[in-house]
Write a protein that binds this ligand. Structure first.
Ligand SMILES: [Zn+2]
Length: 171
């Protein structure tokens, strides 16, 4: 069940994807450079995730354009435990930006980080990089991975929100 913020974001993702496809722009590794040109101040940070999440990050920023009432910038955008993680600094008067950021993190968990297709969370079961958790469609899952469930607990503190992740057996 998706929250109103997640539904709003998912709709914006479809708009961003439609516009990108209409403009003939591929979802490849140039995505972060393209988005940085559009939001040079806000995205002056490391952006380390796959091109499958380009439309998601773009949609998030388009909604932040609507909600931001003051200075706002990301300090880091990355992948962790098969989910987008976006850290930020700035004004969020009504808490709506944090709601959108959390929605983006939630939506990313079912979006392939490589191709943006419908995805599940996988964990590699052996070999080098054992235990690597990633979100992927069937085609882009690492060889020898199994589907897992990641339990995320959010810990709110006065200096920011933290997350504790635990991989559970999919039983
Ligand atoms: Zn994929």
């Amino acid at each position: 069940m998706r929250s109103p913020a997640e539904r709003r974001l998912a709709y914006q993702v479809e708009l961003a994807r439609g516009r990108r496809l209409a403009a003939g722009i591929p979802a490849d590794e140039t995505w972060s450079k393209r988005l940085r040109q559009r939001w040079p101040m806000r995205l002056m940070c490391s952006m380390e995730c796959g091109p499958g999440w380009a439309d998601l990050v773009e949609a998030l920023n388009e909604l932040i354009d609507v909600e931001a009432t003051g200075e706002f910038r990301f300090t880091q955008i990355k992948e962790k435990f098969g989910q987008l993680r976006a850290y930020w600094h700035g004004v969020d008067e009504h808490g709506r930006i944090e709601e959108l950021v959390e929605a983006a993190e939630e939506v990313s968990a079912s979006m392939c980080e490589t191709c943006s297709g419908d995805a599940k969370v996988w964990q590699t079961q052996g070999g080098p990089g054992f235990g690597y958790v990633h979100v992927a469609c069937d085609e882009h899952a690492r060889p020898g991975s199994a589907i897992v469930r990641v339990k995320t607990e959010k810990i709110r503190t006065p200096i920011g929100n933290f997350r504790a992740n635990k991989v559970e057996d999919d039983t």
